[in-house]
Design a protein around this ligand. Structure first.
Ligand code: NAD
Ligand code: FE2
Length: 455
């Protein structure tokens, strides 16, 4: 049922538990192909020329079809910020609450948005209280300002934190209650306020997704609100806004996008539509992330990374994610660590675990990551894991959770909360509590041996 809710958006997430999902995933695993026809699943590479992508899909046909979620309009490419004002005017909207963070406000970056709105005759009030890993308190503060000024829509400006905070404000503004009431899948009853999301990182893709991730400060848990009514009305991805991202932010957000692509590709509810988006995102990220990190002013790399993160968003917005995100959300909620860095450290560990269930899916991923064409699954798996680790190292991601200050004594509670996170329900291999603790431990220690050997 949960898998169905995630794919067709029919069920309220509060009632959903992970138990049955595990049994579905087990049945999928038990139907895993024998090595004789593993290669038939792959779609790229010279070894299997008769199997174009989508004809040997790796997901079960849905009993009730699959939903593919997108904003109603997306403005993409250099200069698209300028077009946003006219779109807001076309929608008949008059007064915006701009939701952003303190840096975007103090650096003056937000002024470009205010100017664009002004040119279209749209009034604006700025709320700059979205912190990285936005909280329930941020949502309440933003909502109070929105009500005080009688705004009829929201414009989010920044990275995932600004967009998620704006979604939280928008959903509570029309549905009432607190943001906590909407944790889970499709819990809200009414459409949120119109939201125009102007994105500045590459990225979470939150500017185009139905996901809203808000920290519950009392539980120190990141709530996953997965709700089609949280989808922004208009997504704006202007790569010119991304040139000033420092290397560490470029690296972390780029690895977040890679994680979206990989988790969506191996998800139990992927489709040929999401697979195509995921594989092309992997191709672009493995080709352009290093350059974007090393040379932030490289327009081509920024342009391609903005497309890559959007494609990864097109993949996970409908195929959902896996244990990397379920576990990373706990690290973000508990230690307030950067989301993309947590994902990057966990990604190879979780995909090594998943490889035992779906090794055939690594054939195309190896190709997309430039790690080998037409490899058999047994060689594709290490090639994919190696490519992910190499890219992380090349862009300066810390090696392990130890370097991030994570404490092993917290693994037990982190694992328990990971198994409740909606993002994990579509992971291709179900894990027990002990196995999740083991994955945290592996991510805590990885790279230590290599460092000791070279010391
Ligand atoms: N809703 C979704 O679909 C989704 C998906 C993945 C992650 N997330 C969430 O998104 C959040 C992370 O977002 P993020 O990684 O985009 O970062 P962020 O929004 O937290 O921003 C991090 C910092 O970068 C700064 N920044 C943003 N754009 C900049 C630019 N162009 N130049 C210089 N500085 C800039 C911000 O001011 C902030 O200080 C997490 O809370 C995560 O859980 C949401
Ligand atoms: Fe993410």
């Amino acid at each position: 049922m949960l898998r169905q809710a995630l794919r067709s958006g029919l069920l309220a997430g509060r009632a959903l538990q992970s138990g049955w999902v595990a049994s579905e995933a087990v049945s999928k695993r038990s139907a895993a192909p024998s090595s004789a026809w593993l290669r038939g699943f792959a779609s790229q590479g010279p070894a299997i020329p008769t199997a174009p992508h989508g004809t040997n899909y790796h997901h079960a046909p849905g009993a009730d079809g699959y939903a593919f979620y997108m904003p109603r309009e997306s403005l993409i490419g250099g200069g698209s910020l300028e077009a946003a004002g006219a779109r807001i005017k076309m929608l008949g909207l008059k007064k915006a609450l701009i939701v952003t963070d303190a840096y975007m406000a103090k650096s003056g970056a937000v002024n470009a948005v205010i100017e664009v709105l002004k040119k279209s005759g749209v009034e604006a009030v700025v709320f700059d209280g979205a912190v990285p890993n936005p909280t329930d308190k941020n949502v309440e503060d933003g909502l109070a300002l929105l009500k005080q000024h009688g705004c009829d829509h929201i414009v989010s400006f920044g990275g995932g934190s600004s967009h998620d905070c704006a979604k939280g404000v928008g959903i509570v503004a029309t549905n009432g209650g607190r943001i906590h009431d909407y944790e889970g899948v499709d819990v809200s009853a009414k459409p949120m306020l119109p939201l125009i999301s102007i994105n500045t990182t590459a990225g979470t893709a939150s500017e185009m997704t139905r996901f809203c991730i808000i920290t519950d400060t009392s539980r120190m848990v990141k709530m996953a609100i997965v709700d089609s009514k949280c989808t922004p009305t208009v997504a704006v991805d202007d790569p010119l806004l991304m040139h000033k991202m420092p290397p560490s932010l470029t690296a972390a957000t780029g690895m977040d996008a890679l994680t979206h692509a990989v988790e969506a590709y191996v998800s139990t509810i992927s489709t040929p539509l999401t697979d195509a988006s995921a594989l092309h995102a992997m191709k672009l990220i493995s080709s352009y992330l290093r350059t974007a990190v090393a040379d932030g002013g490289n327009a081509q790399a920024r342009d391609m990374m903005s497309y890559a993160q959007f494609l990864a968003g097109m993949a996970f917005n409908s195929a959902s994610l896996g244990y990397v995100h379920a576990m990373a959300h706990q690290l973000g909620g508990f230690y307030d660590l950067p989301h993309g860095v947590c994902n990057a450290v966990l990604l190879p560990v979780v995909q090594e675990f998943n490889a035992q269930a779906v090794p055939h899916l690594y054939i195309d991923m190896a190709e997309a990551l430039g790690a080998g064409s037409g490899l058999p699954a047994e060689r594709a798996v290490p090639a994919v894991l190696g490519a992910i680790r190499q890219l992380s190292a090349d862009v300066g991601i810390p090696r392990n959770l130890k370097e991030l200050g994570v404490k092993p004594e917290d693994f037990d509670v982190l694992a328990a909360n990971s198994l409740k996170d909606a993002c994990g329900f579509t992971n291709p291999r179900p894990a027990s509590h002990e196995e999740i603790v083991g994955l945290f431990r592996q991510a805590y220690e990885q790279g230590e041996d290599a460092a000791a050997a070279t010391a």
